[in-house]
Design a protein around this ligand. Sequence first.
Ligand code: ATP
Length: 339
Amino acid sequence: MFLELRGVTKRFGGLTAVDHIDLDIEDGEFICFLGPSGCGKTTLLRLIAGLESLDEGAIRLRGSDLGQLPARKRNFGVVFQSYSLFPSMTVARNVAYGLVCRKWPRARIEPRVAALLDLVHLRGDAGKYPHELSGGMQQRVALARALAPEPEVLLLDEPLSALDAKVRESLRGEIRDLQKRLGITTVMVTHDQDEAMEMADRILVMNRGRIEQVGLAQDLYWRPTTRFVGEFIGRLNVLERERWQALLPELGGDPGRLFGIRPEHVRLVGAGEPSNGPVGEGTVRKVAFLGNMTRLILEAGPGVVEIEVHGPLRGAEVGERLRFTLPGEHLSPMAADPR
Ligand code: ATP
């Protein structure tokens, strides 16, 4: 395995910020650590970078233990949220910085800097200072600086979150293209699910220092294994046994078990229309027209159900009674919360 994490644990006083994480990352893979604020994702990235020391566990690169290796000896490129460029150095000198520190010969530095600036589309800006650049351009310089010493792994800590929405979207694609072109193993921390889904090969969802689920974006969305993942990624109707026994008695059984169904999978059933699943009835509490779809909130029995209807929707008024069905093939069994 390229990069291996085994039982990786970090405590700050009484708080276990990263709690026995096991993970294998393949050579050339782009993996995102996704989770809410405080879940431990940045600490996990900093442990890989060597910027924090492990309390327990091991991190291995191509089988060799990184435990005692300080950050500067790991040859990992790191990009932080704040661009952290040197303000008194030009773009070119910022990019060259790591190469000078590593005592690359001058004859190698100049072409390397030029190649990197080409890669991030900033060749014409080599002589500018950071304050003369937009946020997006500064982050591209930071990326070029991190990539210049040919790192084995690229570590990105919320690199896009300080940028405005438009720049963020275009840089997502740019970073992903660059990563694929270079084939560099990349780990990115983000709290933005869209960013993770668009950029990553695999996503690791963290909650309270532990892994909730690791997988492709499709796995996390269509087959969330825990309630946390289902609710963190997209919107979800959660069917708890007590609330839904009346509606779907066949789901009964283990009270620790839940079922989730995405709002777009709940189908409205017209009067007299056949359905392919159990039918419930509810009172419309809210109708929100969102352009490409309409979101309905129905009060149904002891709970609410959210329905997203794509395409035309006639006659859904607040207070109206509507029938709906929950197609069995779209019900995901989930663990409530193991902790
Ligand atoms: P955010 O997105 O807000 O940065 P995160 O998921 O990256 O959140 P971490 O920054 O890894 O979370 O923090 C995990 C937990 O560890 C938090 O409760 C945080 O307060 C705590 N923590 C992180 N660094 C330290 C530190 N140096 N000293 C004490 N506690 C820390």
